[in-house]
Design a protein around this ligand. Structure first.
Ligand code: MBD
Ligand code: FE
Length: 293
């Protein structure tokens, strides 16, 4: 087993200064960096169709609910603020992405996907089939052994599959989006063995509250909603010749499985860990079946 633990004591990296503006700005920068293509993704006919129907849907809400000028101006200043806070990635991934994912994956036969969210970073350290995710000395949380096998639909093992995993720490913070965390804290790219098996040692994540001090938090408070997501692991599983799956896994004993602010829970994505054979923490097995490319 490879131990990728980084020698940064948890106590030296207090989490207090994480702000919506800082994580929003980082998520906006990250997303800009990922858009390489200059080529239009849709022609004028399709852009015109989608834009006019989206605008017409807004007109419909205004007419049905007799939206006032005061409400229109409040919306306008809020929209301006979302951009200033860098919170468009957060807003879109929390309230819109789940339907894009539903449409994108409706014909898949293999393992279910769900939304990526705003905090994926490509290029996490490559680790062998049994590995511990990079974490601080004394990182808080119950040890979790997350293990399984990557196969094709139908069960043929997929040797050398890449299992990218990322999750928040016990304070709900993601490395590279909150200050003070080691660069790759709780992120890794695990390469499955010759039979597609992997064993990842990490910690059980805690329920996650999206930042409440920015414009998304302002909307949540103004609408009387809550800001919680159930505790989750994020994953991308891939191998050449098969379709990459982006998913998340949740925990049976956790809260907010039924009212995830991001609407990204599916029953088949809920894990039920049991006490680990090693006597340390919990373990759970989850297998991935990938569709052909
Ligand atoms: C997250 O951690 C997340 O997974 C989503 C979907 C939105 C905001 C924060
Ligand atoms: Fe997340």
């Amino acid at each position: 087993m490879t131990d990728a633990t980084q020698q940064t004591p948890a106590a030296q990296t207090p989490a207090g200064q994480a702000t919506a503006a800082a994580s929003g700005a980082a998520a906006t920068e990250r997303f800009r960096g990922k858009q390489h293509t200059e080529a239009p993704v849709a022609g004028t006919a399709r852009v015109g169709l989608l834009a006019s129907e989206a605008i017409a849907a807004v007109h419909d809400v205004i007419r049905r609910h007799k939206v006032t000028y005061a409400e229109y101006d409040a919306l306008k200043s809020w929209l301006i603020q979302v951009g200033q806070d860098g919170e468009w990635p957060l807003f879109l991934d929390v309230w819109i992405e789940h339907v894009v994912e539903e449409v994108a994956n409706e014909n898949r036969e293999g393992t279910s996907g769900t939304i990526e969210g705003p905090y994926y970073v490509p290029g996490a350290p490559v680790l062998p089939a049994e590995a511990t995710l990079p974490m601080r000395v004394g990182e808080a949380g119950t040890p979790l052994l997350f293990q399984g096998q990557v196969t094709a639909v139908g069960g043929a093992p997929l040797p050398g599959a890449r299992v990218e995993i990322w999750h928040a720490d016990a304070d709900g913070l993601y490395s590279q989006f909150a200050p003070g965390l080691p660069e790759w804290n709780l992120r890794g790219t695990v390469i499955a063995d010759g039979q597609g098996h992997f064993k990842i040692h990490t910690l059980e994540p805690a329920p996650y509250r999206i930042p409440t001090d920015g414009s998304c938090g302002m909307l949540i408070a103004a609408a009387g909603w809550h800001a919680w997501r159930p505790a989750h692991l994020h994953l991308k599983v891939s191998v050449p010749g098969h379709q990459l799956i982006t998913t998340q896994l949740y925990f049976e004993s956790g809260s907010h499985l039924d009212d995830d602010i991001a609407s990204a829970v599916k029953p088949e994505l809920i894990l039920a860990p049991a006490p680990a054979d090693s006597g340390e923490g919990n373990e759970v097995t989850y297998d991935f079946a990938l569709d052909k490319a």
